[in-house]
Design a protein around this ligand. Sequence first.
Ligand SMILES: Cc1cc2nc3c(=O)[nH]c(=O)nc-3n(C[C@H](O)[C@H](O)[C@H](O)COP(=O)(O)OP(=O)(O)OC[C@H]3O[C@@H](n4cnc5c(N)ncnc54)[C@H](O)[C@@H]3O)c2cc1C
Length: 465
Amino acid sequence: MTERPIAPSTLDARAAYRVAVDRLRTQHHDLQVEGPIRLAKRTSNLFRMRDASRMPCLDVAAFSGVIEVDPVARTADVLGMTTYEELVEATLRFGLMPLVVPKLKTITLGGAVSGRGIESTSFRNGAPHESVIDFDVLTGDGRVVTVTPDGPHAELFTGFPNSYGTLGYALRLRIELEPVKPFVALEHYLHHSAADAAETICEIVQTREHRGRPVDFIDGVVFSRDRVVITVGRFVDEAPYLSDYTRAKIYYKSLEQRSSDYLTIRDYLWRWDTDWFWCSGALGVQHPLVRPFLPRRLLRSDVYWKIVGFERRHGWKFGWDAKRGRSPGEPVIQDVEIPVGRLAEFLDFFHAEIGIAPVWLCPLRQRSSDVTWDLYALDPEMTYVNLGFWSSVEAIPGQREGYHNRRIEGVVAELGGRKSLYSSSYYEEDEFWSIDNGVQYELLKKRYDPQGRLLDLHAKCVRGH
Ligand SMILES: Cc1cc2nc3c(=O)[nH]c(=O)nc-3n(C[C@H](O)[C@H](O)[C@H](O)COP(=O)(O)OP(=O)(O)OC[C@H]3O[C@@H](n4cnc5c(N)ncnc54)[C@H](O)[C@@H]3O)c2cc1C
């Protein structure tokens, strides 16, 4: 096989990476103070409340960018703090995309792989960590190791997803890519019950077709108990027309208004970012009198994030609600995975006791049945449905803090599901470690962060430091 010549820009990027790694190790070494350290990043999609302001920070600004896209091998070599927005721009130039593109533009590759990512290709490609070929990690004890599925750090390969930066930080990752076509044809199917929707999902996951046509993407929205829309998408070379949901029209509303649609591949990948699913409505930007005057650059999830962050710091809405005698309510911002056969049961509980709508829905199946992802083990023979809900509910007087979130945790466990850890969690410590494989975690922690320079997973995700 003839070797492909390496472009000078790639050589420069690799040299710059090596320099940045040396500097980061020095930085890590110099932060020899008591207590844990954390990442200093420009963006975040983490909803956990935390007070990390006094923790010393590692500046990782140098770890953003794409080192190389190899169109022949269909791989990309990417720095760990690169946002998917930047990554997708680099790969689309070659007619390629990552196998799973989480739908918020500023989610980073390292964040998605160390957490648990999902999108509408997850029914065939699993989660983002399942298409990582190898990666470099700055471990808690300050080493930089290259992690591969069968090398000396193989146990970190299977133990890294869902570790949320508590074993080390991914600095560079090589990932698989897949070819795209310029457009995506969408069809929206309304179901009048969750059980019917679950049946459609099972059929599509099994056959990768719907009504005789191939399916490349599936997700959906539960608008109410009897209105569940499943959206299937397929790559196409030509489109008879194109919709644009980055201006006046709002994507999630279109799901109930039309049965088919066409988007460019780029607009498809970011269809949920423009209105943060539907959550931008709470900030007033969907109002027909306001919307036409908003420039596109402001219709982005990271802008909404900044507004929410500002509100959290200053509490003006809280103060306003208190003046009007309104309780602040309990934030219920979660993503959970439920076995598809229990979807209807979960939604029955959810409509009756939590009552948030809409709910995002996305099928997920482990890509390869040969791997066990130690801290986020799923049954590889099972199809799961991810449900995302991001709102708040009225607090019940006399109930302990986090009552609704605890109920959700309990029901998810009863139904054999899993919950993501990017938001608030209330698990008791024993329960947490029985779900998240405490035995394996402890081995990894001893090997990669023996002095506890990084927080422990329970402390970080449940106690919320
Ligand atoms: C409203 C909402 C909707 C969401 N929807 C989706 C979705 O549709 N699909 C999806 O996939 N995800 C979704 N997420 C979850 C999101 O993917 C995770 O929160 C993810 O971890 C965020 O990554 P980030 O790059 O923004 O990292 P951050 O928010 O900055 O950090 C998240 C955690 O990852 C750690 N971390 C960050 N970078 C690295 C690294 N390089 N190495 C090791 N650890 C690191 C941090 O220490 C931190 O604990 C959603 C989250 C929210 C709040």
